[in-house]
Design a protein around this ligand. Sequence first.
Ligand SMILES: [Zn+2]
Length: 327
Amino acid sequence: MGEAVAIGIDIGGTKLVAAVLDTQGRVLERLRRQTPAGDADRLVDDLHGLIGDLDAEGERGRGAGLGDGLPIGVGIAGLVTPAGMVRYGPNIDVHDLDLARLLAQRTAQPTLVLNDASAATLGEQRVGAARGHRDVVMLTLGTGVGGGVVVGGRLLTGANGFGGELGHLLVDDGGRPCPCGNRGCIEAYASGTAIGHRARQRLADEPVDSLLREVAQITGRDVTLAARDGDELAREVLVEAGEWLGVALAGLVNALDPEVVLVGGGAATQTATWMLPAAREAMAERIIGHAWRSPPPVEPAALGDDAGMVGAGLAAADLVVDEQDVT
Ligand SMILES: [Zn+2]
């Protein structure tokens, strides 16, 4: 294990995870607690407490203040400005929370806040499945669909920090309703929620046998488990979601020409057997000049649930290096 360089934090819908990281994004110390949903003041208090507890754990375990004075990088779902203001955080229901400034004030440590999927993409590009590549596109499949883009080794943030919201790329204009209010976004086809919904719809429409008929409220996870148990309908639903994913990826590859495309998020590893081959094929047919070029590889992400925390932490470590360069 290397020297501690940053604290990475993931603010999830149900839990907060904080870890002390080394330069390779390895976790030296990790703590978690429940997310105080909908309570911005308590969120800042709890994060401050968690960071303090990391220090205390460090004192007991490895010598004084393992996390003390380290830069802090936070990943959170939602729209986050370059200054670390959370305009909208759907998982914890906060609006206009000046999270980077509040945490920096409380901890007196440099603090960076990023969209969680963007942070995850950066984590994978630095120390995960896209290590060594400078142009990377990643989609994260979970309850929703998130995304991130690294161009020339730098995270694409856009003018307002809202770049890389790949989950709302249109694949089927006027198609299935998306939670964002539009119709036909890839999130409405490839998220865990969408996969569960599609399985329920097919069972209602078709008189086919399926293990899923025994399940009361079918989720994406139920579909994945049934597919692993050999259920044909579940596999078809995943293949279809993979084909839609490939349509989205073709648009992204045409726009960005990445070296590698990663698919991450909670469901990605378990569904890869069915979704990724379908996605690769649908993408390859649709990319411009497909007769004369090789499509980029489409691979599962490697860091799992830690990707956002690791990416945010390593980005915060860079922040300190950049400041030192300037002075
Ligand atoms: Zn949408």
